[in-house]
Design a protein around this ligand. Sequence first.
Ligand code: SF4
Length: 404
Amino acid sequence: MKSVAREKPGATHPSGGVPGRAIRGAGPPRGGELSPGGRTALRRALCAWFAGAGRPLPWRERYDPYEVWVAEMMLQQTQVEAVIPFFRRWMARFPDVAAVAAAPEEEVLKAWEGLGYYRRARNLHEAARRMVADHGGRVPADLEALRALPGIGRYTAGAVLSIGFDRAAPIVDGNVGRVLSRLFALPDAARSSAGEARLWELAEALLPSRAPRAFNQGLMELGALVCRPQAPRCGECPLRRWCRARALGSPERFPAAPLPKARPVREGSLLLLHDGAGRLLLRKRPAGGLWVGLWEPPWTERSPAEGAPAAARRLLTALALSPLGGLRRRGRVVHGLTHLELRLACYAAQVQATAGHALPSGNGASAWQWAGAAALAELPMARLGRKALAIGGDIPAGGSRTSG
Ligand code: SF4
């Protein structure tokens, strides 16, 4: 990472106290107002800072719209450092839109495994197919066409247009929202739709028609590196002379934290069933719920009255399988999602799986298979399934992959 730009020594700040060169008519904005001269100076300062301090990320090497789009999809809900190796592997496997569109869904999900929020991968896959069908296999350089594609909302469309094509389209993500909230001292931006709408207005009003790519990335990068949620480095900030929250002496108060939401807890039981030949029973998630198309050991939710062992036995009965030697408790998997927390008691058992045994349809599955070691490594699986496999360590290695 390149170093963050340092301020010049000996300058003065218009609001007093902190060094920085004063610019006429460009003091801390009140209520979001900035003079035209102030806007121009702010843009120049931000773009100059980004030119020196922006991180050399792989999707910034060529500014290819396809790469920018994939990176933006991966970066939703995921940190930059975590995304980089996934991005490199993805580009080696899927170098362009056509390669994604032509791949089977299971291969796309496997390439996404570990990033979580698999709906993004399915949307990316479907959007690539539509780009091939309707846009000549290219990412469209048009706001409405982008927003008509699955998984591309206002933010992603603005990011692809401005960063991928250098076209003037505003963006507001968490980092940009925080910078703007502090710059204009807006406390409620994260708590109301009116506050969010105000951020979009400001992002649009500040956006230059020339070099929107550098400006938008500068705002994002500033939020990531300098204007951090806690302990912002205001002394190093290229926008400090315009910043109202800093002038008020309490930048961390902006924006006020979102009101906390209670996350319900769901309890259940999960089965690690092996057939004695090194194969584990997996189900494929059906359409219309969580982790569509991914594989996992079967599990079921339970009511507080049922108890974990009873729920495990109920699921085993539904699968028409009998354990040899009983069910063994193997610990618990706790998995947090944005809207709930799952706590699953894990039970392992060896079961009799004869060649002709057909598993009952349903039971949260669109397909079943007995998976050997190779298939367990190959199949796309959500983190919940991987956590369960990690604690079910007595499954013998070996065996081959079969479908059922
Ligand atoms: S001066 Fe401080 S609070 Fe204001 S934008 Fe810069 S880092 Fe953020």
